[in-house]
Structures are given as C-alpha cells and as structure tokens.
Design a protein around this ligand. Sequence first.
Ligand SMILES: Cc1cc2nc3c(=O)[nH]c(=O)nc-3n(C[C@H](O)[C@H](O)[C@H](O)COP(=O)(O)O)c2cc1C
Length: 188
Amino acid sequence: MDAIAALTSRSSSAKLCAPAPSEAHFELIAQAMLRAPDHGLLRPWRYLRIEGDGLKALGEVFASAMRQRDPHLSDEALQRFHNMPLRAPLLVVGIACLQAHPKVPEHEQLLSAGCGLHAALLAAHALGYGGIWRTGDLAEDAYVRQALGLASNERISGFLYLGSLDGELRIKPTPEVTVHVTRWPLQS
Ligand SMILES: Cc1cc2nc3c(=O)[nH]c(=O)nc-3n(C[C@H](O)[C@H](O)[C@H](O)COP(=O)(O)O)c2cc1C
C-alpha cells in the first residue's frame, strides 16, 4: 500500500487475531514508530513489546490492579480484565519519558510519543495488519505503572493492540475537510 493510501484509509480494528506481525514487519513498524517528530531530539519515548506469556502476565497485572481498587469485584469482572490483553497477539505499550527541558515543554514530548504510536498504527495498516490504540483507567493506574517498570517521569501514552484482521477492515468515512480545515484569515 502506498503512503497516501495508508494515511487516508487507516481505521482501527478491535477484532484482531494471530498471526502477529512477522519479525521483519515488526522491525518496519518499530522503525516507523521511532521516526516520530521530536523537538530537541530528546527521544522522549520508549516502548514495551508484549507477546505470548507476556500478554497473560499483563492480564494478571490488570486483574490485580482492579482487585486492589475493589476487593469485592466479581470473578467474572476480574476475568474480563485478565483477558483484556489477549484481544490481540501483540501489544506495544507506548511510554512517554518526560524530561525537564528549557525549550521543549512536556506537552510537546507527549505529542511526540503520540506521533510514534500513530506511526506504528499506520505502518501496521500499510503492511496489512490491524490495530487499535487503547488507554483507559489502567494506563494511569499506580499498580500497573509499577508492574511495567515506569519511572516517576514516565506516562503510558497508549496500549497498541496489533494483529491480523479478523474479518474485513471497516474503513470509516473521512471527516469533511471543509468542516475541520478552514482558511485564515477568512476570505470574503
Ligand atoms: C490517546 C487515545 C486513547 C484511546 N483510548 C481508547 C480506549 O481506551 N478504548 C477505545 O475503544 N478506544 C480508544 N481510543 C480510540 C481508538 O483508538 C480509535 O481511534 C477510535 O475508536 C476511532 O476509530 P478510528 O481510529 O478507526 O477512527 C483512543 C485513541 C487515542 C488517540
């Protein structure tokens, strides 16, 4: 798929299955991710690649985090959190590593980390895989942060679920350009 086709058709897919991106394809996805625009070349991001038993371990972490929040949570609810990471054969956890810098405020570093995840989604789409970017409460959870080894200056920017498409990709319509892109100054 050429770049413009990928950029103008990327859509999220929640229904993902094995196989995960091959090793060669993951390398391309990772390279795309690491080309995020980056003011000051701070490299204010890092990524965790989680597959196989790692996904089950992450499910255990999610369930434990929820159990700590609410010890009365039903087994059924806990199982749901347990199974969350198993919704795809590969998870990439995007982590923004925020640094104090005189010219690059934190929000720019968060944007750069977001660009990396978007690039990964685009690369996966261009290679024929599906993906979806998720966050939720657990991305900010102290227990999850600790289990994943986050330092105090780090934030989870997203859990990227990647895999093969389970069925046809539903390509959503592109929002209307004229609604979201206007000229300035206004022309009379
Ligand atoms: C920072 C961020 C966090 C998101 N978190 C979630 C999430 O936790 N759960 C979810 O279903 N979608 C989440 N989304 C939205 C989906 O990834 C997706 O973009 C949305 O469903 C629209 O679909 P599309 O990407 O095909 O346009 C998030 C998107 C962003 C940018």
